[in-house]
Design a protein around this ligand. Structure first.
Ligand SMILES: *Cc1c(COP(=O)(O)O)cnc(C)c1O
Length: 405
């Protein structure tokens, strides 16, 4: 397998991008779907923001940077415009701000504003928790949950919003965005897609699917750094009509008029609430630039090749794959069910193979294509085989849970 891996690496046209990341020695990182690694350019960029833009420029940097370049005030729009082509959106339809959770609250509100008279938000049981919690936190909303096979049936004329995560965080299973969006539109519902496990990893065509609203995560495949700002999409056709509940001053038409009355800004700018976190935005911008430079087509092709190669490498092992077998129907991850998944993930981490565990019994391995080598995949598979065959995971120390899994 190692020779095959080396051949695949030699033929990989985007292999050199690995050097653009700062990856620790001795680690095979299969968790870029949870926290992307550090791009070398981000370290430089943050130093520049701290020393020149903040240190020297002080408040002047909101409008103009020492030595030129993009100012601070337009960062949410500028970074949003950079993300847009990665998810099939137009530049002015995407804005980078807040967390996924906060943007969900804003866009659930936006959906209700676009669909007055309806109050049901439909989602699936087992969706990412924050998506469901944000539905439950809206006092006027009635939550309805339906399994994947019953989703279309559960759509009726009481549904204001269908809120789904495109690629499931645990299983990696992907929804057919176009089909479900159409089904929702057929009953007059708005659709909100959570792209947290999609953006930068799988093909997404929001406008091709006629999507209404979307959110996505900045710190997973976009490598924007821990707690990076998220992004939000509103289709152009809704720009005139939507409102959102977090009516902060940055979403005002003229924040620096300091008027007493809220008046929404045009388009997605009205999704802004408060002052953008400049350091975090700068790291996100740098991460997004790198992903855009590599290009989605090459990333998607390599993601599929990496995960298929891993499947080949572990074909002889007794593992229960819960992700779809067809690469085009899953995200950039493979999830395996094992009753001791937590201990297995810990034993792998002790060997330098960092994947993760998702409650109650899922070992989740992410295959971020921007920096992984086929040789890493072969090595990771070898470690997994050894851990399983030797029963190494049965050691006591591997069963103690940490706060973050
Ligand atoms: C990672 C993730 C989030 C993260 O939300 P935050 O508010 O940024 O913590 C939300 N939804 C899904 C589906 C995710 O995978």
């Amino acid at each position: 397998m190692m020779q095959r891996a080396r051949d695949l690496d030699a033929a990989d046209a985007i292999a050199h991008f690995r050097d653009r990341f700062d990856l620790p020695e001795g680690v095979i990182y299969l968790d870029g779907n949870s926290l992307g690694p550090l791009p070398k350019a981000s370290r430089e960029r943050l130093h520049r923001v701290i020393d020149a833009e903040w240190g020297e420029g002080l408040i002047r940097s909101w409008n103009e940077l020492p030595g030129g370049g993009g100012d601070w005030i337009a960062m949410p729009q500028r970074v949003g415009a950079r993300i847009a082509p990665l998810v099939g959106a137009q530049a002015h339809e995407v804005i980078a701000c807040d967390s996924v959770s906060v943007n969900l609250a804003k866009l659930i509100g936006a959906a209700l504003s676009l669909n007055p008279g309806r109050n049901v938000v439909l989602s699936e049981p087992g969706n990412f928790p924050t998506d469901l919690y944000m539905i439950q936190g809206q006092p006027q909303v009635e939550q309805r949950l339906a399994g994947r096979d019953e989703m279309i049936e559960a759509l009726d004329e009481s549904v204001a919003l269908l809120l789904l995560t495109h690629v499931h965080y645990k299983t990696g299973e992907m929804f057919d965005m176009e089909r479900l969006t159409k089904a929702a539109h057929d009953v007059g519902a708005i659709v909100l897609w959570d792209l947290s496990h999609s953006g930068g990893a799988v093909p997404v065509d929001l406008n091709g699917a006629n999507a209404d609203l979307a959110v996505g995560c900045g710190y997973k495949y976009l490598n924007g750094g821990p707690g990076a700002p998220a992004y939000a999409f509103v289709a152009e056709r809704h720009h005139g009509d939507f409102s959102q509940p977090l009516t902060g001053w940055f979403g005002h038409a003229q924040p620096f008029a300091f008027s007493d009355e809220y008046e929404p800004a045009e388009g997605v700018k009205r999704l802004l609430a408060g002052t953008p976190p400049v350091l975090a935005m700068a790291a996100l911008e740098s991460g997004v630039e790198l992903i855009a430079e590599i290009g989605m087509e090459a990333l998607v092709a390599k993601s599929r090749a990496l995960s298929e190669f891993f499947r080949e490498c572990v074909a002889g092992l007794d593992l229960d794959l819960v992700s779809p077998r067809e690469p085009a129907q899953r995200g950039s991850q493979l999830s395996f069910r094992h009753e001791n998944a937590y201990a297995l993930s810990q034993a792998l981490i002790a060997r330098g193979v960092i994947g993760d565990f998702r409650d109650p019994d899922i070992l989740r391995l992410g295959f971020a294509p921007a920096y992984l080598r086929f040789a890493d995949i072969a090595e990771a598979a070898r470690h997994l085989a050894e851990v399983l065959e030797t029963g190494e995971w049965e050691r006591d120390e591997y069963s103690t849970r940490a706060a973050v899994t």
